[in-house]
Ligand binder design. Structure first.
Ligand SMILES: *Cc1c(COP(=O)(O)O)cnc(C)c1O
Length: 461
């Protein structure tokens, strides 16, 4: 299996190189040259596979340059850190199927991908005799999942910048209580944008990037998307069996379009997904695009679902590549226009195809809190505010078909919103009980690029 760039200007690379490359060197995103088609007989044979074996069946079709025994071992190790025997179980609450993706070490769905990515990095670095210093900025969820993905791993150091005092308390503790020597938390006296600007500047300093072998873990890495394809299959099997129906809808709370793009890949592989419901909060550029063809950038609004407070979704480029019939020239032109005008234009035929695959709906802050409250009253089940955006959208838009709602975080990760909506303090899973009493390590630093650089130079591997 070879990987190409959405921008069409790199020579095809294998899976291992695609993982190490992250962003394609021509500025595009990597995609498999061909998405493998799964026929009905193969699909039927996967029906009863446990999660780890299903993950191997799917991932091995894309990662054919890793010996099968090694790949299965990497997959097994990645999901041994999950606390639920099914890894991503599906629960039925009053007819709504909730796909719980939060049983990993940091209680959010990003663990599903970042546990695997951390193990892949370690394996590939060892094979190549190389090292990597991961540098990233986080407003909360990605940072902790990335830290847990690589803690204690060989030949990898990780430096995560977060805005001091501006993440939730639990999010900060999940990062700073990881005291492995290869983990460095930097609490920047500034905003998330300050953190992100400094990280961008570090990556743009090419001699520095080379010398310290800087690496990224953001959601554009193909391995992250691939790991997420697995749970669409897993959940589909569970719910198809339970409901005796094949045509299922997935409701996906969306920020960077990574999670929902994994669903699109599953659909293209041949999983009979009827439609993907893309749910947004007030940051709804993607909903405007699907419902009215208006893809124009707006201002980022802060909401109770902060991990979806994103305007320009980086993974959307992968979908556009398919929408433009794999025409990299058309894609480059569309992005050139977007950079100039902040808008992208689509033909009527393209929009028709978008709507055949996706539907979309915005659930605003009031709607999110109301969904948490109503759902709790009806079922006794607590939704986190991100999951609630998807459930709210499903209840509003999906009639007469089974719907699987992706639960992207555990409610205890966002206790303030849950308490505001229901008056109930969500019970804490073991992994965060007493977390405020654990030893922690964190370096507070001014938003000063030179200081951050000096710190990385001192601690780099
Ligand atoms: C990252 C995140 C999302 C958004 O996922 P994307 O892949 O960026 O669309 C939704 N919910 C939670 C809890 C997250 O951490």
């Amino acid at each position: 299996m070879k990987y190409i760039s959405t921008r069409g200007q790199i020579a095809p690379v294998g899976f291992k190189d695609a993982v190490m490359m992250g962003l394609a060197t021509d500025g595009g995103l990597l995609l498999p040259e061909q998405i493998p088609a799964i026929d009905a007989a193969t699909l039927a044979s996967w029906k009863s596979l446990p999660y780890r074996e299903l993950a191997f069946a799917i991932i091995s079709r894309y990662a054919d340059d890793i010996p099968p025994a090694d790949l299965q071992r990497l997959i097994n190790r990645s999901y041994d850190s999950f606390t639920h025997p099914e890894i991503t179980p599906v629960v039925n609450k009053d007819g709504v199927h909730i796909l719980e993706l939060f049983h990993g070490p940091t209680l959010a769905f990003k663990d599903v991908a970042l546990q695997l990515l951390g193990n892949l990095f370690e394996y590939l670095l060892k094979e190549r005799g190389e090292r990597m210093n991961i540098v990233g900025a986080t407003s909360g969820d990605t940072g902790s999942a990335a830290i847990y993905g690589v803690r204690g791993k060989e030949n990898i150091n990780i430096f995560i910048l977060h805005p001091n005092g501006k993440t939730s308390k639990i999010q900060a503790l999940q990062m700073t209580t990881v005291t492995d020597p290869n983990v460095q938390n930097i609490a920047v006296e500034g905003t998330f944008d300050d953190c992100q600007d400094m990280v961008k500047a570090l990556f743009n300093d090419l001699p520095f990037k080379e010398k310290y072998a800087l690496g990224a873990v953001n959601s554009i890495n193909w391995a992250r998307v691939l790991a997420q394809v697995v749970y669409y299959f897993y959940a589909w099997f569970r719910v198809a069996e339970q409901t005796d129906q094949q045509e299922l809808v997935f409701a996906v709370p969306t920020g960077n379009f990574g999670d929902i793009f994994a669903g699109y890949v599953a659909k293209r592989m041949g999983l009979p997904i009827k439609s993907l419901l893309l749910a947004t909060n007030e940051n709804n550029i993607l909903t405007r695009f699907i419902n009215s063809g208006d893809y124009s950038i707006g201002k980022v609004v802060a909401t109770v679902s902060p991990s979806m407070d994103i305007q320009v979704a980086s993974n959307f480029e992968r979908y556009l590549y398919y929408l433009f019939n794999e025409d990299a020239g058309r894609l480059r032109a569309a992005f050139a226009t977007f950079a100039k005008t902040g808008r992208m234009e689509f033909t009527a035929e393209e929009l028709k195809r978008v709507r055949a695959e996706f539907s979309s709906c915005t659930i605003d802050q009031a709607g999110t809190l109301k969904t948490i409250a109503d759902f709790h009253r009806k079922t006794g089940y607590l939704l986190d505010p991100h999951t609630a955006v998807g459930v709210g959208a499903a209840l509003e838009k999906v009639k007469g078909l089974p719907v699987i709602c992706l639960a992207t975080a555990h409610p205890a990760k966002f206790p303030d919103a849950v308490k505001q909506a229901t008056g109930v303090e969500p019970p804490q899973p073991k992994s965060i009980q007493g977390i405020d009493k654990l030893p922690s390590r964190c370096t507070v630093m001014a938003a000063d690029l030179a200081k951050v650089k000096a710190f990385i130079m001192e601690k780099a591997c």
